[in-house]
Design a protein around this ligand. Structure first.
Ligand SMILES: NC(=O)c1ccc[n+]([C@@H]2O[C@H](COP(=O)([O-])OP(=O)(O)OC[C@H]3O[C@@H](n4cnc5c(N)ncnc54)[C@H](OP(=O)(O)O)[C@@H]3O)[C@@H](O)[C@H]2O)c1
Length: 447
């Protein structure tokens, strides 16, 4: 990839001193972007070189204060085909028509900024390949972590390091739900209701609480951090993505008593054999770990590099203004890199990345287990015997009788692979007196 660009992949220059923008979508994020553009004083001087030329919406009749009617349109194709527009900002969401519009814009030589994690996680390869061919840049800082500039850090700040792992709390809705359950002892349903009332959760929260949203964001982080293409759907289908709906107030209480906090973590780590561990699932996070302090609707990404050590970036992972901060930063960086004549291609070309990753099921971790059995004399001994048979050694065990007369066993195991754990729990479930394996969650300890 050295030498001068040829005619096809030459970086598309700005055609004038200023950059003309077309924005697809004027919702929470689009409004935040326009607010920043209308108030450039004291921000990066490049903002003075930006003209907003067109703004695309679905419902043209809805009143839009602050927007001059001449730039508003419901014909989004006219924006991506507009000869005077240099940069397209896609903040409309969804796969279609966003994908087709972006493809058309790239074909027309326009640089792209998108906040659309679903689109980048699932169609990134196609989009980046075309962008590389056409010599335009595609930036997507706002797609992960809202206002947290994590993509820039992974792209530009970590180059000297061999990355060991990226672990994130990347879904503010789930983090808010767990925080409220821990603070007030709320049920999952009540905490979700509160998150919905406050606008943190969508009317249909399925993508958030199922872990799918976190998986898409982790796929983007893995691509940026490790240069590996991960299909989030394949991982979801393979059972590596688990949501938060199984967490009960009793699990939250057990975590507290044992000095842990439950968090939905998106984890990735390179193993010694070069396989990638990728998982989204609730964890017991040690209260001494920096991620345990990330509460409410905040996001955080924790990175480990062999030279820099541990980094934690934390901030608001959603919100119109916060996400617009990342969108406009991408606009400024696009303008600067074009002006300096440096190719602004922001993603690895498909040839540089692998098409698949191997998931390691051998990675070992301590686990929290909560098991409910009939209160009979042999119950406890039977469970311990079965665990011993598959080499699962308890490090901490507590048992008590529940108000409805069951024996509850709460345990922290010594490190065990998820396969060994699966085998052990299968045998326990088959015991005639076992009522339920109420939960099993991996632990994140301080390294
Ligand atoms: N909100 C956040 O905090 C946040 C954080 C990170 C990333 N993001 C991402 O940013 C993107 C935008 O989110 P948002 O919260 O701003 O969404 P939103 O409030 O629902 O706004 C979407 C905008 O796009 C327009 N739109 C949608 N589909 C359209 C279509 N088919 N044709 C024409 N216009 C269409 C809508 O038009 P109308 O106004 O006429 O309905 C609206 O203006 C999404 O990809 C989201 O995942 C959002």
């Amino acid at each position: 990839m050295t030498g001068l660009p040829n005619e096809e992949n030459a970086i598309q220059p700005l055609r004038r001193q200023s950059a003309n923008l077309g924005v697809l979508g004027y919702g929470n994020v689009g409004k935040g972007v326009v607010k920043i553009l209308l108030d450039p004083e004291g921000r990066d001087p490049s903002l003075a070189r930006i003209n907003l030329v067109r703004l695309g919406v679905r419902d043209i009749k809805r009143p839009r204060p602050n927007v001059s009617p001449e730039i508003l349109t419901d014909n989004l194709e006219s924006i991506v085909n507009h000869p005077d527009i240099d940069i397209i900002i896609e903040v409309m969401g969804g796969i279609e028509p966003a994908r087709t519009l972006i493809i058309q814009a790239i074909e027309n030589g326009k640089h792209i900024i998108t906040a659309n994690k679903t689109l980048i996680a699932n169609h990134g390869i196609e989009i980046f390949a075309l962008a590389a061919k056409k010599g335009v840049s595609v930036k997507f800082e706002p797609a992960v972590g809202g206002g947290i500039p994590i993509i820039e850090v992974l792209n530009s700040g970590m180059g000297a390091n061999r990355l060991e792992g990226i672990t994130g709390i990347v879904n503010g809705t789930c983090n808010y739900i767990f925080t409220r359950m821990a603070e007030l002892g709320l049920s999952y349903d009540k905490a979700l209701e509160e998150a919905t009332e406050l606008g943190y959760a969508e009317a249909n929260p399925d993508a958030d609480v199922s872990g799918r949203d976190s998986a898409e964001k982790l796929a983007i982080l893995v691509k940026e951090g490790f240069g590996l293409n991960v299909d989030p759907q394949v991982l979801t289908d393979s059972g590596f993505v688990k949501g938060i709906t199984s967490i009960s107030p009793r699990d939250i209480q057990c975590a507290k008593e044992l000095d842990y906090t439950i968090k939905l973590l998106a984890t990735s780590a390179i193993q010694r054999d070069d396989t990638l561990l990728f998982a989204v699932r609730p964890h017991f996070v040690s209260n001494r770990h920096p991620l345990a302090t990330v509460n409410n609707n905040l996001n955080a990404i924790y990175i480990k590099g062999d030279k820099v050590g541990e980094l934690l970036l934390s901030g608001k992972g959603a919100g119109g203004d916060e996400t617009a901060s990342a969108v406009v930063a991408d606009v400024i960086n696009t303008i600067k890199s074009i002006s300096s004549g440096v190719a602004a291609i922001s993603a690895p070309s498909p040839a540089e990345s692998t098409e698949f990753v191997t998931l390691s099921s051998e990675i070992k971790s301590k686990f929290y287990l909560r098991i409910l059995t009939g209160d009979i004399p042999i119950a406890f001994g039977g469970i311990m015997w079965l665990l011993g048979k598959v080499n699962i050694v308890p490090e901490y065990v507590q048992q008590h009788i529940t108000p409805d007369g069951l024996l509850e066993i709460v345990m922290i195991t010594q490190p065990v692979s998820s396969q060994m754990l699966k085998d052990g729990l299968r045998s326990i479930r088959a015991l005639p007196h076992c009522k339920e394996v109420a939960n099993s969650l991996p632990l994140l300890e301080v390294s």
